[in-house]
Design a protein around this ligand. Sequence first.
Ligand SMILES: *[C@@H]1O[C@H](CO)[C@@H](O)[C@H](O)[C@H]1NC(C)=O
Length: 255
Amino acid sequence: MGKALCSSLVFICFFIPLVSANWNILTQKTHGGLMISLKNYCEGWRINVELHNIRDFEVVPEECTEYIGKYMRSTQYKVDSERAIEESLIYLSTSCNLKKDGEDAWIFDIDDTLLSTVPYYKDNLYGGKKLNVTDFEDWIKKGKAPALDYSLKFFNDLKSRGIQVILISSRREYLRSFTTDNLVNVGYHGWAGLILRDPADELISVAKYKSDVRKQLIKNGYRIWGIIGDQYSSFEGTPSSTRGFKLPNPLYYIA
Ligand SMILES: *[C@@H]1O[C@H](CO)[C@@H](O)[C@H](O)[C@H]1NC(C)=O
């Protein structure tokens, strides 16, 4: 057993540098001996991010930045996102016994759920650079993040059903007015709550912060039917909503 582990580690350590050095060659062999292209490799990386098998990555692998950049601007990204929203609607229509007493609630993330950060990442993704928070927050302050159209439609649909829409974001509290202006300018209005991170919340994980907020909402009487977000940290921990719907996002990981 020890020996097997050791030799497989040696194999992996030996193999990875070889792979990254040779990506300019059209095809490569996987550990299992499959001949694959760079596109196969990067699509495998992307889907395993979405499956939550790959976690805590700090940057998109350098050899995949071009592929991921293309995906985020592709029709496929739109189709994938729209499908997630459609499934939310099906769930809402078939499985939610709404009480319509003003306590039915649905939670949204903001970045890459209601607003797209692709215009920022478009200019900052390449070269496998880590996110520069100062730069990113300066970009947020410009308030130029576009709406994700299918999310906007769903947001309005929820409101028309009498559901309270609550936004919980890992954006920091000092960005509140920029965030509100941006949301309103691209068509979002009438949310029941916008919760941002206080300095104290920055000391805990985003997953813990978001789960604490949900606890408080439930204490205040809300029934959380669903959450839609682009990060697993939006759904993790207790109390959980009845359903979580994950939007695609291979650009970054928030724990
Ligand atoms: C982030 O960007 C700012 C302004 O562009 C720069 O001054 C700062 O050094 C950068 N921080 C890091 C950690 O790279």
